[in-house]
Design a protein around this ligand. Structure first.
Ligand code: DMJ
Length: 523
């Protein structure tokens, strides 16, 4: 026990300036004394209130909320991927496509298409275990020495593109060796008199041909293999790949039959001329021609003027011939031109366009491209939002006449949804360049609806037949390889706030969402 003299007062020292130098210490001691005088219940109540305030403060901090929401969404994409992969692994391992309802698989080329298409997605999502087992399959099982006909375009964008991008991301030479193998096996496609490649190649026999019913190739197909073969030449030091695909671009550049930069859908492999002229669309059979004009220009470090000129002219052609507004909501949409007649038909495939326009604007092309991109992505989102399932049909018809009560009509034959990526892809570009959170929100809604209507409980996701009937969307029993290669990858990139996660200043995505490096200088 202290003597009373030391218990009842605190000694204070007055400084020169007149303040008490130990006043802080005095206050602290006084608080402590008050705290000790409180009952246990009072102390607990105060501590509880402080904790509550702290938790509420943290939980309502906008930055933290944004961070957590971002993490939750990224994890939801990883979870969706794992679920899709579970189905593929259990029922379709090493085969082209999962049939999730019948718990079996479908074969197209017999080359493990889904697995190869998904490699770089797993790498980007950080799914190391899944990636390691897939790599093992590529190392041990994948062989291109097979007597099989493959489509040049599809195997270039999915297999060659997938292997090349995985090589670039991982530095693992296994993928480069496989890319060289398939790349050289596809080369017979270019042995035509016109230099316009055949659509099909037998990668075992080294022979190539057109489809049985025609000697035409599809314009989008012959003009959307360039990013991949140019990259292969750069990696191997062998110019033959690049020369073959650039010859196609040169010839298409000079061809008659375009309308304001818009191309027909078919080209003949014998004479190298456009066929079936008069139909102009940004959808199936022409779509990625426009995408690759811009992307080759970007890949080659913005030096190939003909590509840029053709792209700019085509965008003007779209504005002049294909754009219209719907009623009642005044949505800007891209229709088609058929022998001079406008059709308000828009494929879901056209929804790559907002992303491509935004990418061009990012690379210094006219600012009105970005404005158009913003209008079109709104339309693509509405193609989802206005359907009963919240999922887009394969093809939409927009109403343009006064008095319409809905913008979009869907024909019975067009009500299916194949888990396509284009809208999510464009949402990703628009979000990267504008940072407008509404694009992430729209993507989140779409992901929820994929989960609601296309997720198969035993593993995998399925295409559906009817986006207009939530009670009976009718599964088609097929998970396309691009769902893992593209759709889920673009969801992940959309929900990520890291601009360096596949920087758009370093990489250009091929039309199957496989990132390839932009060349540091012209080559
Ligand atoms: C993919 O194979 C590619 O994105 C291609 O350009 C178009 N079709 C599918 C996805 O819809």
């Amino acid at each position: 026990m202290l003597p009373p003299s030391r218990r009842d007062f605190v000694s204070l020292t007055v400084s020169e300036s007149g303040s008490y130098t130990n006043s802080k210490q005095w206050r602290r001691q006084s608080c402590w004394r008050k705290w000790k005088r409180l009952s246990r219940l009072q102390r607990s109540l105060i501590l509880f209130t402080l904790m509550l305030l702290l938790v509420c403060g943290i939980a309502t901090s906008p930055t933290l909320i944004r961070h957590w929401r971002g993490e939750i969404r990224l994890e939801a994409v990883r979870e969706a991927f794992r679920h899709a992969w579970k189905g593929y692994k259990n029922f379709a391992w090493g085969h082209d496509e999962l049939k999730p309802i019948s718990k079996s698989y479908g074969e197209w080329f017999g080359l493990g298409l889904t697995l190869i298409d998904a490699l770089d997605t797993m790498w980007i999502l950080g799914l190391k275990e899944e990636f390691a087992e897939a790599r093992q399959w590529v190392a041990k099982e994948l062989s291109f020495d097979k007597n099989v006909d493959v489509n040049l375009f599809e195997s270039t964008i999915r297999i060659l593109g997938g292997l090349l991008s995985t090589y670039h991301l991982t530095g693992d030479s296994l993928f480069l060796e496989k890319a060289k193998d398939i790349g050289s096996r596809l080369m017979p496609a270019f042995s035509t008199a016109s230099k316009i490649p055949y659509s099909d190649v037998n990668i075992g026999k080294g022979t190539a041909h057109s489809p049985q019913w025609t000697s035409d190739s599809t314009v989008a197909e012959v003009t959307s293999i360039q990013l991949e073969f140019r990259d292969l030449s750069r990696l191997t030091g062998d110019p033959k790949y690049k020369l073959a695909v650039m010859e196609v671009m040169k010839r298409v550049h000079k061809l008659n039959g375009k309308q304001d930069g818009l191309v027909p859908m078919f080209i003949n492999t014998n004479n190298g001329l456009f066929t079936h002229q008069g139909i102009y669309t940004l959808g199936a059979r022409a779509d990625s021609y426009y995408e690759y004009l811009l992307k080759q220009w970007i890949q080659g470090n913005k030096t190939e003027k003909e590509l840029l000129d053709d792209y700019l002219q085509a965008v003007e052609g779209v504005k002049k011939n294909l754009l219209k507004k719907s009623t009642p909501s005044s949505l800007t949409f891209v229709g088609e031109l058929s022998h001079g007649h406008f059709s308000p038909k828009m494929d879901h495939l056209v929804c790559f366009l907002p992303g491509t326009l935004a990418l061009g604007a990012h690379y210094g092309l006219p600012a009105d491209h970005m404005e158009l991109a913003k209008q079109l992505i709104e339309t693509c989102y509405q193609m989802y939002a206005q359907m009963e399932t919240g999922l887009s049909p394969e093809i939409a018809y927009f109403n343009t006449h006064e008095g319409s009560t809905q913008d979009v009509d869907v024909k019975i034959a067009d009500r299916h949804n194949l888990l396509r990526p284009e809208t999510v892809e464009s949402l990703f570009y628009l979000y990267r360049f504008t940072k407008d959170k509404k694009y992430q929100q729209w993507g989140w809604e779409i992901l929820q609806n994929f989960n609601k209507y296309t997720r198969v409980p035993t593993g995998g996701y399925t295409s559906i037949n009817n986006v207009c009937d939530p009670a009976s969307p009718i599964p088609r029993d097929k998970m396309e390889s691009f769902f893992l290669g593209e759709t889920l990858k673009y969801f992940y990139l959309l929900f990520s706030d890291d601009p360096n996660l596949i920087s758009l200043d370093k990489y250009v995505f091929n039309t199957e969402a496989h990132p390839l490096p932009i060349w540091p200088q012209a080559e």
